[in-house]
Design a protein around this ligand. Sequence first.
Ligand code: ADP
Ligand code: 5GP
Length: 189
Amino acid sequence: MELEVKQHKKGRLFVISGPSGAGKGTLCSEILKEEQVMLSISATTRAPREGEIDGKHYHFLTAQVFRKMIEEDQLLEWADVFGNYYGTPRKFVEEKLEKGQNIILEIDVQGALQVKEKLPEAVLIFVKPPSMQELRRRIESRGTENKEVREKRLQEAARELEFAKKYDYVIINDDLKNALNDLKQILYR
Ligand code: ADP
Ligand code: 5GP
């Protein structure tokens, strides 16, 4: 049977969270190849990593511009994560959902709970690493953060994992193929 996103009048909203290094980005980029879902591009005040493109990976903003967006209620949710602001531009998400487009938000636990509060029909998916040891290995092998930032993210991971029980689904990203399959089952059910 061909798996297909069921036609709803409005698009469906999926929220994916999990500790840094759990594999959210990897899973999302695989899912996006299927073209039945779109990723919302977040705004952030963190500096771009090497290879990251403004408007594609994030909208990279100054703290001043970000605060203005908060004041003007332009963000569906926002949070301070690891000392930087991150938020979801409201207009893009609302317009796409209205047109029937399915949307994925890849955001932290604080943001996910704000979304669930505002849009209870949103489906919350938590991606867990198989162990803390493997999480450390993945963050180190990704090589995108310095030691200090990596340690901060690992400390935060333990706190974030506590939030998994508030999510609709938990995926353990041990074998990537299996995890991707689990995600597809949730998206295309
Ligand atoms: P996140 O977006 O959650 O911070 P990433 O998608 O950047 O995490 O993944 C962190 C690192 O782990 C990357 O180097 C990625 O290639 C690797 N990775 C992701 N999923 C797996 C997996 N199932 N097995 C092994 N390595 C993985
Ligand atoms: P990174 O700096 O690794 O790209 O992201 C760090 C954390 O910020 C991740 O947990 C990611 O899910 C979260 N994040 C990214 N965009 C948003 C957003 O728009 N809102 C919130 N609340 N968190 C976000």
